[in-house]
Design a protein around this ligand. Structure first.
Ligand code: PMP
Length: 444
């Protein structure tokens, strides 16, 4: 068993001055139990906690670190910015360079505005959609996450046709009623919503590959039909590619599925490990943004040279070979997991697109909807997580997040990840056997 005494006391201290001891809720390990691990340093594929335990990192800071920790190219660009000024609050050449790079890489983007987080990107994108269409309603999908903006923390009202309800204290009924929830991968739910509200729908926002209910792929016909419905009704289609952008392919999910949204939101990889987001799209829509147009949006640190240099260095390195290598790494891990699941006869399935992957504990062969995801056994996941942690593999502390593999993962790491997965599943199977044996004894 790994000793984590320092993490335990660090957590106690943190809780005194930080709500819940963490600066973002999932870090608190609430859904897997135990104390969150406090990290001290990372290099390549490995991270070391404050008790000196070393883990292979399969989270990559929730996606940004596609080249692993402290990549030398990215770090040297950051060092240059530190020496020449980290922020001016005024234009710099690097902003146009990264904008050009994004426009080159992402099929739907003619113009792009940099912001500081994924949340800021999605909040700004829906304001722009509302300003451009002069309509108020936003449609989002159950199980998709678009950051913590008020319009997104919404749950379904009673019945699919009703307007949304706040899903957090602090969000007013008035804001909630401008968001409608649809069922992911279910085109009929979208059709019904458009039948009733088509004149008022400013935009439909979607994670084209959902990563926030575990990894759930959208069916390609579903995305194509969604595109058609939005176009027919003059509503904008927003792809939230904060996770998938520069991750599942050079041009994101829109390139993989060949479906072109009106607006795209980006984050994570685009900042190379520093806090960045962006939104972009068609020229005529983006020209609605201030100072060119009437939709206001601003940011003191937006486009700062530190984050821009880290982001540009990362995007420059993301060539076809990088994606081919990432695919090899990730598919080997997926195959290893699937073999072990089969060999041990565990009720589990794996869903993967590129370097994003989730193991779901379920009897279902495929996870297609939020309800499929919700039916998974989160109790088994939490035991699995803790076994993996003890074997030195850091995976997401929640069934409803995905693993993100990095290019720093080598063959030795892959073997260790696959072996640890086998051992963790074996332990789960043994526990199940013991439970079965005990209940059998009691019933005799
Ligand atoms: N959109 C998606 C699809 C995300 O996954 C996230 C964060 N995981 C966000 C938006 C919000 O990004 P941030 O945490 O940078 O605000």
């Amino acid at each position: 068993m790994n000793k984590i005494l320092n993490s335990v006391s660090a957590y106690k201290e943190a809780k005194k001055v930080i709500p819940g001891g963490v600066n973002s809720p999932v870090r608190a390990f609430k859904s897997v139990g135990g104390t969150p691990i406090f990290f001290d340093r990372g290099k390549g594929s490995k991270i070391t906690d404050i008790d000196n335990n070393v883990y292979i990192d399969c989270v990559s800071s929730w996606g940004p670190l596609i080249f692993g920790h402290c990549d030398s190219n990215v770090s040297s660009e950051i060092s240059k910015a530190i020496k020449t000024g980290t922020t001016f609050g005024a234009p710099t050449l690097i902003e146009t360079k990264i904008a050009n790079k994004i426009v080159d890489m992402v099929p739907s983007i003619d113009k792009v505005r940099m912001v500081n987080s994924g949340t800021e990107a999605t909040m700004s994108a829906i304001r722009l959609a509302r300003g451009f269409t002069k309509r108020s309603l936003i449609v989002k999908f159950e199980g998709n996450y678009h950051g913590h903006g008020d319009s997104f923390l919404i749950k379904a009202g009673s019945g699919a046709m009703t307007l949304g309800k706040p899903d957090s204290l602090g969000i007013t009924e008035n804001i909630a009623k401008d968001t409608i929830l649809a069922a992911f991968n279910d085109i009929n739910s979208i059709k019904k919503i458009f039948e009733k509200h088509h004149k008022n729908i400013a935009a439909v926002i979607i994670e084209p590959i959902a990563g926030n209910m575990g990894l759930v792929k959208s069916c390609s016909k579903f995305l194509t039909e969604l595109r058609e419905i939005c176009s027919k009704n003059n509503s904008l289609l927003i792809f939230d590619e904060v996770m998938t952008g520069f991750r599942v392919s050079k041009g994101g999910a829109q390139e993989l599925y060949n479906v072109i949204p009106d607006l795209t939101t980006l984050g994570k990889v685009i900042g190379g490990g520093l806090p960045v987001g962006a939104y972009g799209g068609k020229k005529e829509i983006m020209d609605y943004v201030a100072p060119q147009g009437p939709v206001y949006q601003a940011g003191t640190l937006s486009g700062n040279p530190l984050a821009m240099r880290a982001g540009l260095a990362t995007l420059n390195l993301l060539n076809n070979q990088a994606f081919e290598k990432l695919e090899k790494i990730s598919s080997k891990i997926e195959k290893g997991f699937l073999n072990s699941i089969k060999k041990l006869g565990i009720d589990a399935t794996v869903c993967r697109v590129g370097s994003m992957m989730t193991i779901f504990f379920t009897k279902q062969n495929e996870i297609k909807s939020y309800h499929d995801a919700k039916d998974c056994n989160t109790d088994v996941y939490s035991r699995y997580f803790n076994y993996m942690l003890n074997f030195g593999i850091y995976i997401p502390p929640s069934q409803y997040e995905c693993m993100f593999f990095s290019l720093a993962i080598n063959q030795e790491d892959i073997d260790k990840i696959i072996n640890s997965n086998f051992k963790a599943l074996q332990k789960i199977k043994d526990e199940e056997y013991i439970n079965w044996y005990n209940t059998r004894k009691i019933s005799q």
